[in-house]
Design a protein around this ligand. Structure first.
Ligand SMILES: Nc1ncnc2c1ncn2[C@@H]1O[C@H](COP(=O)(O)OP(=O)(O)OP(=O)(O)O)[C@@H](O)[C@H]1O
Length: 250
């Protein structure tokens, strides 16, 4: 479970995150949606202890990330803090992570196979394509078999097979009872993958509801329409209608 309570963060003159509160529950895929600059990455970085909140707090299973014992075994993150050194081979990067976190070497082969990173295991990180880099990042995120996944645009750069694979992976992880928070700009993919959606704009929460509800029981096209309606005010259009901020009690 991830709990965000009254979280705020200013970058210079920009209020990137504005008194944000939500809960990400286990057993489902939660999509984190919002236009460019909405504050998604800033929020995810605060959840992962990579940025310090100006106010409020973000807790993972009741503790700030920095206070988690064996964080790599609790939380899988993408992008991870300190990505692969450009000169290091893909497999060596994951081996090094395993070694420094007391994770058995056999697990390295497992996650390399699972993510398709085995296909370019001997390439240097600096020579990987965008999608290969994402697969390597996902291998690192999954290494510790974590119960919480925090992934910033994991589909970025993946090919169609990779997107489909990612969808199955995320749904499988949620079905195992894990907490899965994924930021995305892809409405069609969100409609297929996510059970629940959080919509952010201007650092504030506009919706915290089931994907089905936001899509009005429809599919990807309806979800996209609802997203545009909801975020219109943030883009200088009309304000969202009543009941947009819905969902369930905290
Ligand atoms: N390091 C920084 N310095 C200054 N401003 C920043 C910094 N990081 C983010 N911002 C600003 O904070 C706001 C939120 O940015 P953030 O990256 O969190 O949004 P986002 O929802 O992840 O956007 P995108 O969808 O484009 O990735 C934006 O106005 C951005 O310009």
């Amino acid at each position: 479970m991830i709990e965000v309570r009254n979280l705020s963060k200013r970058h210079g003159g920009t209020l990137a995150v504005d008194r944000l509160s939500f809960t990400v529950r286990p057993g489902r895929v939660t999509a984190f949606l919002g236009p460019n600059g909405a504050g998604k990455t800033t929020t995810l970085r605060m959840i992962l202890g990579l940025a310090r909140p100006d106010a409020g707090q973000a807790l993972i299973n009741g503790r700030p990330y920095a206070a988690l014992p064996e964080p790599l075994r609790r939380v899988g993150a993408l992008p991870a803090a300190g990505g692969a050194h450009r000169g290091r081979r893909a497999r060596d990067h994951v081996r090094w992570l395993a070694l420094t976190h007391g994770i058995p070497r056999a697990r390295v082969a497992e996650v390399m196979e699972l993510t398709g990173a085995a296909a370019f295991a001997r390439r240097r990180a600096g020579a990987l394509s965008l999608g290969m880099g994402q697969r390597l990042g996902l291998a690192a995120a999954l290494l510790g078999d974590p119960e919480v996944l925090v992934l910033d645009e994991p589909g970025n750069g993946l090919d169609p097979e990779g997107i489909r694979w990612l969808r199955g992976l995320l749904r499988g992880l949620a079905a195992e009872g894990r907490t899965v928070l994924v930021s995305s700009h892809l409405m069609a993919e969100t409609a297929l993958t996510a059970d629940h959606v959080l919509v952010l704009a201007g650092g504030r929460l506009l919706a915290d509801t089931s994907t089905r509800d936001l899509a009005g029981g429809g599919g990807a096209a309806e979800l996209e329409e609802s997203f545009f309606r909801l975020t219109a005010s943030a883009r200088g259009g009309t304000a969202p209608g009543p009941g947009a901020r819905g969902g369930e009690p905290a």
